[in-house]
Every structure is written in C-alpha cells, then in structure tokens.
Write a protein that binds this ligand. Structure first.
Ligand code: NAD
Length: 498
C-alpha cells in the first residue's frame, strides 16, 4: 500500500530482518511502512528486502540444512526446542495478539483466542517428530529387506497473507521444524511486524542460526524467493491469482508447491435445524475477522420455507454488531485491513445490486468512517451471480434459497473453490449424507470455523493444492526414501539382481 502521505504515529517502530541468526537492515536501505488500519497511522517500518537480501536468507537456510547442526539433530532434540518455543509463544501471546491487531485491524479478542492456541502447533508437531517415521515393507523377495525412511524435504520458502500472519505461518513452520527442514518466510507487506517479533522468540528458544529466517517485502521479494533454484519446497497461503503465479514459478525449477488459497464457502441451512444455533454459526462464519478469512461462510444456502425467518433473525443480530476499535475488547467487528480491501468490498456489493441482489442490511461505509464497512446481507442472489462466485474477503453474506436437499448440494458444490462448508440440521442421517457429498476440504456439522493442529486443512479445486496440519500436513515436509538391503551377500549374476 502506498502510505507515503500517511501520518506516522509518534512512536513508529523500526524493525530489522532476521537472517542467518542475525538482525539486519535491508541492503537497499528502502523501508516499508506498516499501517494500523484503525488509526490509519504508520506505526512500524520494516526493510524492503532487495534481491540480494532474499538470496542471503536462502543461502543461510540452505547452509543450515546442508552443513549445519540442524540436520544432525535427533527428533527428540528438535522436539525439545519446539516445546520451548511453544512455551515462549504462550508467555508472549497477549503481546503478539496486540501486535497483529494493530497490523491488520482484527479484533484483539479474536487474536487473543488465536494466540492462546498457537503453542499447540509447536507441542503437537513436537510430539509427531518423535514418533517413528517410515516402515518396513512387506517384501516378496526372500533375499531382501526393504524399508522406507522419511527425510526432511529441505529448505522451505513460506509466503503468508495479512489476515492471520503467524497462525498461517505456524501451519507451515511447526511441521517443517519437526521434520528437520529449514525455513525462510516472507510475511505480507501489510502485516510484517508479528513475524519479525516471532523471530525474537525463535532466537530466544535457541534454534541454530539459519534454521528460521524472515525477509520482509512485497510481491518482488516473494517472486525472488519462489523462483530460487536453491529452495526445495514452496508453501504459500494467499489469493488464487498469486497462487497460480507461484505454481508457475515452482514449475520452472520443479520445486514442490503447496497452495492454500481462497474460498466461497457455503453454509447449508436445512428447515430442520436449530435456528438459533444456525444464525449464530452463520454470523460468526461471515463476520469473524470482518469476513477476511479464507474459510468465510460467504454463501448462505437456506431452505425456502425458513428463508424469511432466518434472514429476519440475521438482520436483527447484524444490526446490533458493535463496530469499533479492534483493541477494545467489547468490539465485535473491526475495519477492513487495507484501503484497497475496503474499496473492493463496497464495489463488489454495488455490482451485486446491479446484478439484481437486494440489500437486506449494510452495503455501505459504516458511520465509524475509515475502513469500516457495515456488515452486509444480500438476498435475491442466485448462484450464477458474481457475488455468489467470487471471493469478497469481507463481511458480505449472499443468501440463496433452495427447495430440496439435492438442490442444496448442487448449489453448494457449484463453485470453483472447495475450502469449507457448514451444514445445519438436526437430522443425523441427512448431516452425514450431505457431508459425504460436499466437495470441500473441511465440513462442519452444526458448527463452523474450527481448526486444530491435528486436523488436516486445505481445499478442493481452486482452493489449493496439498494439506496443512494433521498427518497429511506433516507428510508434506518429507521425501520418502526406500532402502533395499540384500541379505545373501552372494550376488554373482548381474542379470539376476532383484
Ligand atoms: P495475496 O495473494 O495478495 O498475497 C499473499 C502473499 O503473497 C503476500 O505476502 C504477497 O506479498 C505475496 N505475493 C504477491 N505476489 C506475489 C508473487 N507474484 N510471487 C510471490 N509472492 C507474491 O493475498 P492477501 O491479499 O495477502 O490475502 C488474501 C487471500 O489469501 C485471500 O484470497 C484468502 O482467501 C487467502 N487466504 C487463504 C487461506 C487458506 O488457508 N486457504 C488463509 C488465509 C487467506
């Protein structure tokens, strides 16, 4: 974002990058401003990394992986360091939550909830690190035993978005460290501060230099990072447009690429649901983080017989949402994270109205001014409209009625995405039947937005490639090596081998 004309707050912080265990300025001397979206003041400045800085970080991670002590550590030693880091995160959770609120405008109470749970990622993957990896294979060759070894994939380049910088980094970092990889992360140019502060905790925990590196910068720094032939895996979370560019960059060097992208997730509300619970779930699904989450439940697919009743209840509850300072614990919704995002949200609502959607509530800048958008409900939407197909990444709910279960599933699945879905019904058979048919990486029944380190997370279709968290996410950080051992010691005929 261009913040050249934005006022700086009196106490603007100046941060350095963390490369090879050192705190360094950027070699270009250029700085990036980090803007607090609530005060609209520049509150921190970070280096805008040059191509040389990015290379230095990759070299540090490469060297730490190829030659450093990290590769030689036992899983138990890595797990001990990770548990220590988990404890430090727990100790500083409140301070870190505050930093992220100031950087992206998300509610402090939401960020506190997130940060209190973040140590679990370190603890969970520390546990997995010490469980046996690989297996003895059921060989049909009497003269051989064969087994697999799980070996760390190498240097991981992580690129994260602005909406939950450290949580989304943790999805990548915890399994990568547990596997024995080294790591270079580039946070979003809009929210670089928490990742740099996080590096202080990594340093305090005692990780060897080069295992964890942070470079700050915008798309150029991202491009330099992902196009390097010296990285082994790219793990990206962000928009599908950038995801495509990153997949292309990865293809050039045949680097492994994992993508966590956007969504247009349905909340399917059946006529036999508990309406109070469903309304709460829909509200939290779309307005949490001001709708700026990949898993936002942005399409409400609701049975026609309860459509009006549900919309009425939603409008009633939405009207009472308290917008305000993200650091005030009584606020229920904060501003959009950037000016660009604020403008995009309002322009998508306008286009939806031009397509025939009707505003049941909101649709304008909120009286609080700044980047505050009113929480918005659009009715008279059908699934072919752009507002039902494109990700808004804002507090905008599109309501689409259905008549039969079959039609509900069809509407829910009629999307290029497939990240998440909610089902609201008290009929247990229907809940399972529909969950089986939905094409989405996470399905919640009578709930929404629950994630955990042990549960795989990721998307079908354009919502991404690969999974994070759980065993599936852990496996993404290994190469599998098969080792064959000949047992007779008597291989004399070269044409009889194997
Ligand atoms: P974005 O794609 O604009 O940027 C994400 C990151 O990519 C930033 O760090 C940016 O500097 C970097 N980048 C931009 N261009 C690049 C390039 N050509 N090469 C390398 N790096 C580049 O996304 P955003 O606006 O920060 O975040 C919002 C998007 O993220 C939404 O689409 C949302 O759905 C998605 N998201 C997905 C998940 C998930 O887990 N699936 C979670 C959160 C957000």
């Amino acid at each position: 974002m261009d913040t050249r004309n934005k006022p700086q707050s009196a106490s603007t912080e100046r941060l350095q990058m963390y490369i090879g265990g050192q705190w360094v300025d950027g070699t270009s001397g250029r700085l990036l401003d980090s803007l607090n979206p609530y005060t609209q003041q520049v509150w921190a400045q970070v280096p805008d990394a040059s191509e040389g800085d990015v290379k230095t970080a990759i070299t540090a991670a490469r060297d730490a992986f190829d030659n450093g002590p990290w590769r030689q550590t036992t899983p138990q030693q890595r797990a001990a360091l990770m548990r220590k880091l988990g404890d430090l995160i727990a100790r500083d959770a409140e301070r870190m939550a505050r930093i992220e609120s100031m950087d992206n405008g998300k509610l402090l109470r939401e960020m506190l909830g997130q940060w209190k749970y973040l140590p679990e990622w370190m603890y969970h993957f520390a546990g997995l690190a010490t469980q046996s990896q690989g297996e003895v294979l059921p060989s049909d060759r009497p003269n051989f035993i064969a087994f697999t070894r799980k070996e760390p994939i190498g240097v991981v380049a992580a690129i994260t978005p602005w909406n939950s910088p450290c949580l989304l980094m943790m999805f990548k970092l915890a399994p990568a460290l547990a596997a024995g990889c080294t790591f270079v992360v580039k946070p979003s140019e809009h929210t670089p501060v928490s990742t740099l502060r996080f590096a202080e905790l990594v340093e305090e925990a005692g990780f060897p230099p080069g295992v964890f590196n942070v470079v700050t910068g915008g798309p150029d720094a991202g491009r330099w990072l992902v196009s390097s032939p010296d990285i082994d895996k790219i793990s990206f979370t962000g928009s599908d447009g950038v995801g495509r560019a990153i997949a292309r960059a990865g293809a050039e060097n045949l680097t492994r690429v994992a993508l966590e992208l956007g969504g247009k997730s349905p909340q399917v509300v059946f006529e036999d649901c508990d309406i109070d619970a469903a309304v709460n779930g829909v509200i939290s699904g779309i307005y949490a983080a001001t709708g700026q989450t990949c898993m936002a439940g942005s399409r409400l697919v609701v049975h026609r017989s309860i459509h009006d009743r549900v919309v009425e209840r939603l409008v009633e509850r939405t009207r009472s949402i308290k917008l305000g300072d993200p650091l005030d614990l009584s606020s229920e919704m904060g501003p959009a994270a950037t000016c660009q995002q604020f403008q995009k949200i309002l322009s998508m609502v306008k286009s939806a109205e031009a397509e025939g959607a009707k505003l049941a509530y909101g649709g304008r800048q909120a009286p609080e001014g700044g980047y505050f958008v009113m929480p918005t409900i659009l009715t008279h939407v059908h699934n072919k409209m752009n507002i039902a197909r494109d990700e808004v990444f804002g507090p905008v709910l599109a309501v689409i009625p259905f008549d039969t279960e079959e039609e509900a599933v069809k509407i829910a699945n009629d999307t290029r995405y497939g990240l998440a879905a909610g089902i609201w019904t008290q009929n247990v058979q229907r809940a399972h039947r529909v969950a089986t048919q939905l094409r989405a990486g996470s399905v919640w029944i009578n709930a929404y937005r629950v994630t955990a380190p042990f549960a795989p997370f990721g998307g079908f279709g354009h919502s991404g490639i690969g999974r994070e968290n759980g065993h599936d996410g852990f496996n993404e950080y290994f190469e599998t090596k098969t080792v064959w051992v000949e047992l007779s010691g008597n291989l004399r005929d070269p044409f009889k081998l194997g």
